[in-house]
Design a binder for this molecule. Structure first.
Ligand code: EPU
Length: 422
């Protein structure tokens, strides 16, 4: 398993190019299956999760060509299977997107149940509820979701759950509803930019959808969809991570191909802690010249502070001049990074689903273990500022969601090296 060696203390300076959005491209690749001609998706990042989705689509019969410039061409003309097997689904929860897409395409799907996850329980009740209301009969047996619909029919669906709206359930129901007979109105949908991106792609394929970005989506089912050319939005979580990399190292970074309007809650917090954030139409600059102040955050659905940047923000708070409280409202157990940050000298106490972080003068390098994608990013950020050498083990998590992270960081002055192992 690869590991990163990081020597902290360098201020990051320069420009970083932000990649296409992981969480947009995954449902968009699945959506391409609904067309009756090829789609061309531009801006697909080279990430393990995109590889996994491509492998799943290929196993269903799609012909896929991937180029180094980020273009993926999906020819959906042949479907040879409607089963997404455990071996692929277990690698990535968002494989579940093929459930809605297969139902929309052939009215049947057999998809392995995505299992538990290190960031806490991740139920799929809302996916099942929405698809059932469209007319699918769904059972689970031997670890598989087995879904069938003689005909999908438009319906009024309320899709919000205990933790609010669900990105995945919204996408899945949308994928099934675009070709359902009649009109579907979904209330309580996710307003995340990745859902807006999916809607825009589906609309280019010929779908009739209104309301993206609001809590209500209205879908008028169409008989067929065609392939489309589409460029995915920049990855707001990758951009947010580099914003915090600039801040934690007291550096000065400009992020190109960023989408500032999707990062307002993050920009607001960074300004509150004393960073100078300058926004242009497609770039974000973050500069820090003095000791950072603490700030509290509560993670919420969009446009609130994203759970996918909670760990990175916590890393930043470990070296401020005071105390901050971090409350996680999307995944109450998403705190695996706390113990590892503590190993670097951070002062963090957990209390009933929230973390109290007391800023320390400095962190000191140590061997630490990455537990999931965003926790890994937080540990790398901490390593960039910790005194001496930090070794981050199990960096395969990072390859799921950050394109060429060590190259991008090295180009702006970080001392980071990947040590390959078999
Ligand atoms: N939820 C339910 N029932 C469901 C589905 C979700 O109760 O049927 C709950 C979840 O347990 C959670 C909340 O609803 O408390 C939100 O979950 P959501 O369904 O929105 O999450 P997701 O679609 O599984 C996506 C991202 C995650 C990101 C969340 C929240 C993708 C591929 N994944 O997951 O990204 O944290 O939305 O914004 O889009 C990551 O990139 O590292 C990552 C984990």
């Amino acid at each position: 398993m690869d590991k990163f060696l990081i020597w902290g203390g360098n201020k990051l300076k320069g420009e970083v190019q932000i990649s296409g959005c992981k969480n947009s491209v995954l449902p968009i690749l699945a959506a391409a299956m609904l067309g009756d001609s090829p789609s061309r998706i531009k801006g697909t990042p080279w990430l393990k999760d995109a590889d996994t989705m491509i492998l799943i689509l290929e196993s269903l019969g799609m012909k896929i060509k991937r180029s180094f410039n980020g273009e993926v061409v999906i020819d959906p003309s042949e479907l040879v299977s409607w089963e997404a097997p455990y071996d692929l689904v277990r690698k990535m929860r968002s494989s579940i997107y093929v459930l809605g897409a297969l139902l929309g395409r052939v009215g049947k799907a057999v998809v392995s149940m995505p299992g538990g996850c290190v960031i806490g329980p991740r139920p799929i009740d809302l996916h099942i509820k929405g698809l059932t209301q469209l007319g699918a009969k769904i059972i689970t047996r031997h670890g598989y979701i087995i879904a069938e619909a003689a005909k999908l029919k438009g319906s009024d669906i309320f899709l919000s759950g205990t933790f609010g709206s669900s990105v995945g359930a919204t996408a899945n129901v949308l994928l099934a509803a675009v070709k359902a007979e009649g009109t579907t109105v979904i209330e309580g949908v996710a307003c995340e930019p990745e859902i807006i991106d999916l809607v825009r792609f589906l609309r280019k394929m010929g779908a009739k959808i209104d309301g993206e970005g609001s809590p209500t989506l209205r879908i008028r089912g169409v008989k067929s969809l065609h392939g489309a050319e589409y460029t995915v939005i920049p990855d707001r979580i990758e951009a947010g991570t580099y914003m915090m990399a600039a801040a934690i190292t007291g550096g000065n970074l400009t992020l190109r191909n960023a989408a500032p309007s999707n990062l307002e809650s993050v920009t607001d917090k960074l300004r509150q802690v004393g960073a100078i954030v300058t926004l242009k139409s497609d770039s974000i600059s973050v500069k820090v010249t003095k000791k950072l102040k603490p700030a509290d955050i509560t993670t919420l659905s969009y446009p609130g502070f994203p759970t996918d940047l909670q760990a990175q923000f916590m890393a930043l708070m470990t070296i401020t001049s005071g105390s901050s409280v971090i409350v996680e409202k999307i995944y109450p157990d998403r705190f695996m990074h706390v113990g590892e940050l503590t190993r670097l000298g951070a002062n963090i106490k957990m209390d009933n689903g929230s973390a109290l972080v007391k800023g320390v003068k400095k962190l000191s390098g140590a061997p630490i273990m990455a537990s999931d994608l965003r926790a890994s990013a937080a540990l790398i950020l901490a390593g960039l500022v910790a005194e001496g050498e930090t070794t981050v083990h199990r960096v395969y998590h990072i390859d799921r969601g950050y394109e060429e992270i060590e190259e991008k960081l090295s180009q702006v002055g970080a001392k980071i090296k990947r040590v390959k192992s078999n």
